[in-house]
Design a protein around this ligand. Structure first.
Ligand SMILES: *Cc1c(COP(=O)(O)O)cnc(C)c1O
Length: 402
């Protein structure tokens, strides 16, 4: 491995430069250390990787296709645009890749009960799915407010056999649900495994989630070699906590020629207090067991995030992104709610793909910058989720009755 390889991060203590680490209570420490020890044992283990691959292929449906978006390419008259179609995975997004990896680890550790937190419910559904698959009881912490807003996903989780615990503390949303899940974990030390849904949380979660998602970029490398005979010139993805972006980017981080753009949710606009752009509009602090960029008030209180896209509505970002941001390795841009809706409609009409609102943010920025790239350039955008879940939000915004 190269000495300065980005792939050497995090260090042994879980730091990506100044970010990451393990900011947890003493009671939680032994649990986290056990996860780290077991993860280190299995991460290069042939038998574990074969089992993971088996479920990726036969249950999730990998590899996901790499699709040449011909009409959008023609319309934008710039680079060749490919979509990495992770929206075709079982449960409709990339999240299941990571849930599968973590539940296989939990089984190896002999854990008998799974807990998770969820905001919009996408990670809750993916976790409830793998729990049903392996017959493990599943408890999902969810803010009271989110339970009201996301009733279809709450119903899905119940169908899959999960128990939903309503969180009524604090702002009654995602960050409070995360705190409750951590509390549960401390009081059920012996039998419980906590499945975190993005590349955040205390070490080793950011590394582990990234590794489980990095199948996305690995597939892109071999798929693109076949059709274009080269590596991509530009990679693009949207950012909530940052797991689908790292999943696409990680494989290429050491290829200097590969440019990367990640797109945060600008909500009503970065200049307002209603957005979710933790890097562009936040500053360093500690949340959910790691040091990273966070949306916070002048006095350091965590501020509620806002995005029309529930999956991007998180006041922090994974620590590896905070590092890549300060290193200038990845460029971070943003798109507003309105821009994302326009890109959503554009993608439906030109490609016959109803995208989730999250990747619509990435597509929106791609539409704007395409003119800066010549026709021989190749762009891969992660189509990380499908939009069925978002049609009611869109109808609402457009004042259409369905
Ligand atoms: C949850 C979610 C996201 C945001 O999470 P990341 O960890 O940033 O990938 C993005 N897109 C979709 C479709 C999601 O469900």
């Amino acid at each position: 491995m190269l000495k300065n390889s980005y792939k050497n991060y995090p260090n042994k203590k879980g730091y990506f430069g100044n970010f990451g680490g393990r900011y947890v209570s003493e009671t939680l420490m032994p649990l986290i250390l056990e996860v780290e020890e077991c993860y280190n044992k299995i991460k290069d283990d042939k038998e574990f990787l074969e089992e993971f691959t088996y479920y990726l292929e036969n249950y999730i449906g990998r590899p996901s296709p790499l699709f040449f978006a011909e009409r959008i390419t023609a319309d934008l008259n710039g680079p060749k645009i490919y979509f990495k179609r992770d929206e075709l995975n079982h449960t409709g997004a990339h999240k299941i890749n990571n849930c599968m990896g973590q539940i296989l680890l939990a089984k190896k550790m002999g854990k008998k009960r799974i807990i998770a937190e969820t905001g919009a419910g996408q990670h809750g559904v993916a976790t409830a799915t793998v729990c049903a698959l392996f017959g493990l009881p599943c408890v999902v912490y969810m803010g009271e407010k989110d339970i009201e807003r996301q009733s279809p996903n709450v119903f899905r989780m119940k169908l899959l056999g999960a128990e939903i615990k309503s969180v009524t503390t604090g702002s009654k949303s995602l960050k409070d649900a995360m705190n409750e899940a951590l509390r549960d974990w401390v009081s059920n030390v012996k039998d419980t495994f906590y499945i975190i849904g993005t590349a955040a949380g205390p070490h080793p979660y950011p590394e582990m989630v990234r590794d489980f998602q990095s199948i996305i970029g690995k597939e892109v490398r071999s798929q693109l070699r076949k059709v274009e005979g080269k590596s991509p010139d530009l990679l693009m993805a949207c950012i909530g906590g940052g797991s689908n972006a790292l999943g696409l980017f990680h494989e290429f981080l050491d290829d200097d020629k590969v440019e990367m753009i990640a797109v945060e949710a600008a909500g009503h606009g970065i200049q307002t207090d209603k957005h979710a752009a933790s890097l562009t509009g936040g500053k360093p602090g500690v949340l959910h067991g790691n040091k990273t960029y966070l949306l916070q008030s002048k006095s350091g209180q965590i501020q509620e995030a806002h995005s029309i896209s529930a999956g991007l509505d998180y006041p922090g970002i994974g620590p590896e992104h905070a590092f890549l941001y300060e290193e200038n390795r990845v460029k971070y841009m943003s798109a507003t709610d309105i821009e994302a809706i326009e890109a959503f409609q554009y993608c439906c009409k030109l490609e016959g793909i109803i995208p989730a609102l999250e990747p619509s943010h990435a597509l929106s920025v791609l539409r704007k910058i395409a003119k800066n790239y010549s026709k021989e350039k190749v762009v891969v955008m992660n189509m990380c989720g499908r939009g069925d879940k978002d049609i009611f939000t869109i109808a609402d915004e457009l004042n259409i009755k369905i």
